[in-house]
Write a new protein. Structure first.
Length: 503
């Protein structure tokens, strides 16, 4: 194994990167992951088989250290959603990465970008596609042999494109839709994307160019929705396109109907304004498709739905951190620089074994809800959506198990000590930092003790006003939550699971 080639994967905590790592390992490569927060990889099933380098693609020192001894580097990051200057951030990060890769003697760069429409001037592209195209050019000009893969809509369990398609189709039997639903698209199954990404590690050294990659069919979005409905066993959908829905309005419409927030939906919908169809299939010369590949649309949807139904979704679009979400400090940090840290603490005893109580705690959120005042949680989610946040509908990657880095409605799992502690960090729009901790311990008398702690570190006067304005509702929301979690565990042990929010 020491003689195996070393691959660096940036974006390993994201949707594609998190799936690429095990594919590279299974193909016999050694893998190093460059991530800003290494603990996010801790609970990945492949975590013990990789090297982890802490750093960021915008930091020259950490990039240089991560690239040392690397044969193939995968560039799977972008700054979309980090602010109005995201194109500049993407540009500078790509230049830095390419320059450091050349200095380190890296033999190959591989980048996954977006499929751009033929004959459309770059200035008319969406900022998302324009930036992706620019990053590809920068890496191709780095002096390191580079393969730029350009894909349109990726169909796979947990992808943002698939979630958007899935929820639009499932929730709206009659749809008033924007004009882009008649745009021709060449979707590709995530399995084929990963297969080609792995294959690019073995490209000849003299190959440095962009490749279009896509599935075997070209479809309009209307056709994709109707065929999704057929595969999912849904009645035929009635779709009425209207000309007045701009990309901005479309993104808010998608944000209201699906778990994908408007900030992420907008670049997806803007990318559908123009036809995105492969102009060549030259990658087949270097990475030939095995029998049954590339996978057709119906089969790709069926595979994705099978993963969703079996709770086997390896990564989701929300695996990557929400742009602008807080990362520091932790509620356990000793020094708050004179700032306030408000807490709401609830404790209850449960007449169950600690493991039974923990099962309820780890199963919280998503379809199971939050065990208190559902209307209050729903309203808070809608308000967050209206403010441009993620809202309450991201759900869970897995119905039973959580791991560090998982998104959980408008929270993210920051720490999990299985059987004992679950700490969630808020990713809703707030004037401060917020966490929710749930502790389970044995009580020494054959039962368990549940301790729940909500924490809030306000930013400025607005943060102070926010805490004191919502604190009167804590007895109902947090008190009810603690009470109902304990009751659910006791009922589950006695006569089966209770409905979230009962009591």
């Amino acid at each position: 194994m020491e003689d195996a080639r070393l691959c660096l994967v940036t974006g390993a905590s994201g949707y594609i990167g998190g799936r690429l790592v095990p594919e590279l390992l299974d193909a016999g490569y050694r893998v190093r992951c460059l991530v800003r927060t290494p603990r996010k990889l801790r609970d990945q099933p492949w975590a013990g088989r990789v090297e982890v380098a802490r750093g960021d693609v915008t930091d020259a020192g950490s990039v240089a250290a991560a690239l040392e001894g690397v044969d193939v580097a995968y560039y799977l990051v972008h700054a979309l959603g980090t602010g109005r200057d995201f194109e500049r951030t993407d540009r500078e990060a790509a230049r830095l990465f390419g320059e450091r890769a050349r200095r380190a003697g890296v033999g190959r760069l591989v980048y996954l970008g977006g499929l751009t429409p033929a004959g459309v001037p770059e200035r008319e592209l969406s900022p998302h596609l324009r930036s992706r195209a620019e990053v590809g050019r920068i890496l191709l000009g780095s002096g390191v042999p580079t393969a730029v893969l350009r894909a349109a809509v990726i169909i796979g369990s947990g992808s943002a494109s698939f979630e958007m398609l899935r929820y639009l189709t499932e929730r709206l039997p009659v749809m008033v839709t924007p004009r882009w639903v008649h745009t021709r698209i060449q979707p590709i199954a995530v399995r084929d994307v990963l297969r080609v990404l792995v294959g690019c590690a073995g490209l000849p050294a003299d190959v440095g160019r962009a490749f279009d990659i896509g599935g075997p069919e070209v479809l309009t979005y209307v056709e994709m929705m109707r065929r999704y409905a057929a595969v999912a066993g849904l009645p035929r959908r009635l779709i009425v396109p209207v000309p007045v829905l701009t990309p901005g309005l479309s993104s808010h419409w998608v944000g209201l109907v699906t778990p994908v927030p408007a900030a992420i939906a907008r670049p997806l919908t803007e990318s559908l304004r123009h036809e995105v169809v492969c102009r060549e299939r030259d990658i087949e010369r270097y990475v030939p498709s095995p029998p049954g590949h590339p996978i057709g649309f119906d089969r790709a949807v069926a595979l994705a739905l099978e993963r969703v139904r079996d709770a086997q979704v390896a990564t989701r679009w929300s695996s990557a951190s929400v742009p602008g979400a807080p990362s520091d400090p932790l509620p356990t940090d000793p020094d708050w620089a004179g700032g306030s840290l408000y807490t709401d603490v609830r404790e209850r005893r449960a007449d169950v074994a600690p493991d039974a109580l923990w099962d309820v705690v780890e199963g919280i959120g998503g379809e199971n809800g939050w065990y208190s005042f559902p209307l209050a949680w729903a309203v808070r989610g809608w308000l967050d959506r209206l403010a441009g946040g993620v809202g309450l509908r991201r759900g869970r990657r897995d119905a039973r198990r959580l791991r560090v880095g998982d998104s959980l409605d408008f929270w993210r799992v920051e720490e999990i000590q299985r059987g004992r502690l679950l700490r969630l960090r808020a990713e809703m729009r707030l004037p401060g930092l917020a966490w929710l901790e749930m502790h389970v311990d044995a009580d020494g008398a054959g039962g368990a003790r549940y301790r729940q702690r909500a924490l809030f570190h306000p930013h400025g006067l607005l943060g102070q006003v926010y805490w004191w304005s919502v604190s009167p509702f804590h007895a109902v929301v947090f008190g009810g939550m603690a009470r109902n979690i304990v009751r659910a565990a006791e009922r589950a042990q006695a006569r089966g699971p209770a409905l979230p929010g009962e009591g």
